[in-house]
Design a protein around this ligand. Structure first.
Ligand SMILES: Cc1ncc(COP(=O)(O)O)c(C=O)c1O
Length: 362
């Protein structure tokens, strides 16, 4: 079996051990004579997997009793709308930080349901930096229902290293860095994350919601949009995405076996350092456009002198088994997405390639 190094931003590389486990069990799950995804979602077997996945989220992220854990359909995009639909009904307002392409989408959906105050906008820096989260530095609105952040901008390649201390609960899109570091859970009213980076296949979002925030949610919503109903139904309000949740369980078992968030954080730092060091080593050839104080350990972005050189690099890298390096179409350049399942050897192989490419094209 020849697996290549896949640097795609998500869907992305998953632990090969997990893919093998699924492939072993997909036809006949636990000697039942059928696949898990063929069983009734009300069966004991599916319920066991579902609850085990929820429990693993709680255990690994250290989620306190005050917070509910949900798996919801529609990915992170559904949460862009669900958060304001639940919390801004009746003309309420929320603060948002505009940190890049994903924050922009959250803001647009926020505006569809309530008053949105964009209290910081990274436009001047072309979304290459973030504000200082120190107390008093952010001009928050006194009666805002929440402050929305994007913990890691997958396209821009920037990450909040510390989270602000503000009175309003933080609502955070952690799609591209959840399970890559410990989280100060008590600060967050809602955390949501599309699964397709550090968790499993696309199409499902992990949502963690604090009970006092849940109590403020609207009751006047279509069933699937209503967080309270999902909490009451333990994320089994309707037929859940069983395959995704099963894979999330396996990925989390794998992560736990490796050493959990501390392991993930250390590996992320090592992997990204290998790449940032290579960019610095050839600073006459490569350029990292982001403010290095907030450079992401998950999505490393860099530029060459010309777009032609970038296209050549991406083409030659693909031919060398290093796939998915094209920057997002909205910004161009090169990007290596290096989530939990990317082995150190993958980052090293890419750095070696970048070294040779700079030497032969510089
Ligand atoms: C930070 C961030 N937020 C939201 C999304 C959207 O996720 P989904 O496609 O699951 O709706 C993505 C997708 O890559 C993302 O990176």
């Amino acid at each position: 079996m020849a697996r290549i190094y896949n640097f795609s931003a998500g869907p992305c590389t998953l632990p090969v051990e997990v893919l093998e486990q699924v492939s072993d069990q997909i036809v006949d799950y636990g000697n039942t004579g059928m696949s898990l995804i063929e069983m009734s979602h009300r069966s004991k077997m599916v319920d066991g997997v579902h609850c085990a996945a929820l429990d693993l989220v709680r255990e690994i992220l250290n989620v306190p009793e005050s917070h509910h854990v949900l798996f919801l359909g529609g990915g992170a995009t559904m949460q862009f709308g669900m958060v304001p639909a639940n919390l801004l009904a009746g003309g309420k307002s929320a603060d948002y930080i505009h940190s890049g392409a994903w924050a922009k989408k959250a803001i647009a959906d926020g505006k569809a349901f309530g008053d949105v105050n964009v209290i910081w906008d990274g436009k001047e820096s072309s979304y290459m930096t973030l504000p200082d989260p120190a107390p008093g530095n952010l001009n928050v609105t006194p009666d805002a229902q929440y402050l929305h952040l994007t913990s890691n901008e997958t396209i821009g390649g920037i990450q909040w290293k510390r989270f602000p201390d503000v009175k309003a609960p933080l609502v955070c899109d952690m799609s591209s860095d959840i399970f890559s570091r410990p989280i100060p859970m008590e600060k967050f009213g809602i955390i949501y994350a599309g699964a397709q980076k550090n968790l499993g296949p696309a199409g499902v979002a992990l949502v963690i919601i604090r009970d006092d925030v849940l109590q403020q949610c609207s009751d006047d919503l279509p069933l699937y949009m209503n967080y309270k109903k999902h909490v009451d139904g333990n994320s089994m309000l309707n037929t859940p995405p069983v395959f995704q949740i099963w894979m999330i369980k396996l990925v989390l078992e794998w992560l736990k076996g490796k050493g959990g968030l501390e392991w993930a954080q250390e590996m992320a730092a090592r992997r990204s350092q290998i790449l940032y060091d290579m960019v610095d080593r050839h600073s006459e050839f490569y350029r990292c456009p982001v403010d290095r104080a907030v450079a992401s350990p998950m999505n490393v972005v860099w530029r060459c002198a010309t777009e032609e050189l970038e296209a050549k690099l991406i083409k030659e890298a693909t031919a060398a088994g290093l796939d998915g390096l094209k920057g997002h179409r909205s910004v161009g350049g090169c990007r290596a997405s290096i989530y939990n399942a990317m082995p150190l050897e993958g980052a090293q192989a890419l750095a070696d390639f970048m070294n040779e490419f700079a030497q032969s094209n510089g």
